[in-house]
Write a protein that binds this ligand. Sequence first.
Ligand code: PLP
Length: 395
Amino acid sequence: MSFITDIVSRNVHESSISAIKEMSMLAARVDGVAMLSWGLPSFRTPEYIREGVKQCLDNDVALGKYTLPDGLPELRQLAVEKHQEKTGIKVDANEHLMISAGNMQALNTLFHTMLDPGDEIILTDPCFASHIQQIHLFSGTPVYWPLDEANGWSLNIDTLPGLITEKTQAIVLVSPSNPTGKIFSEEDLRRVGAIALEHNLLLIIDDPYSDFLYEHQDSYFNLASVEALKNHIVYLYSFSKAYAMGGWRLSYMVMPAELKHEAIKVHDATMICAPRISQVAGIIALSQPSGHIREFEGMLLKRRELICQRLDNLPQHFAYQRPEGAYYVFPKVITGNSNARDFAIDLLNQAKVAVTPGSAFGPAGEYHVRMAYCVDEDMINLAFDRIEQYFGVRS
Ligand SMILES: Cc1ncc(COP(=O)(O)O)c(C=O)c1O
């Protein structure tokens, strides 16, 4: 063992980089790979945002300075308005809102603020892989709440109360979900809300995808719109997907005032503030009409139809639930015995197609793979031509 192993914290040493990035890093070494492994939309940051930032680079003399830890007041106010538009709930820009460098950094701040060793956070299974890792990094314990695959990966409310102990602090929800694309029903979400109130748990709503709902606009329900839950909800909205701003690292977090008071200590000590140039981009993004979001959604809808059609051509190899929102599909691999990781590595090496092994998203993800259909149609077709060939060669 080297001295480096000795000095590295046990939590870090025992964790590994997310399978999403691991696959993407392996894939980057494969020439001409067809990438379905990373939820990186093919879209450019919209022109009105890029143009607005260009002007600020010349004219905004403060652009190189820090901002207040919770962000530029103008951006916070715009985020308050956006939150009200999305949920109908009015919050206060000073009391409840904090600008973060993406939902991942916001979650990092939150888990850092909340977790003592052994504290438990309930995660749907499958869930977003980085939630599991972050909880481990802060010595917390992720508690898996299996989704009901036979019912399109819906929530299984009856099993939730049995998972709650005196160490449980929060339940994390992502709807539409990554990796399944499921939109949880209003009835189920309201029942989760009631359980959280009854047990005094926090509900953490990580929301990068609520702008991509396709034909489900009417049935989508945002639990953050329930006034009675206001003091039990942390709502995280990311600019990464709807504004194609993943690389800018920008999000906002709405939370109970008392929690903001605690979380800002962590945010200040670890980050100071989200990058000012990204906050300025956020002001431009929110102060003009965002017609591009419907365009993105229209393109993603076509891509969803294409990937489902290609999966339908392989019923002997994949069983899948049709995604309702976001831009992921999570098929079960029903051929062969190899686990999800071995399958994904073999597919990469033999067929030059990168997918993410489902086991990264929790135990229920084993024998599944996640495919991100935010890439363009040629990439989806190339990947599936190769997958068909791969199965053809091997069957
Ligand atoms: C559920 C979920 N949370 C958070 C993120 C990352 O968001 P951000 O870019 O705002 O950190 C992603 C990105 O794929 C995601 O799917």
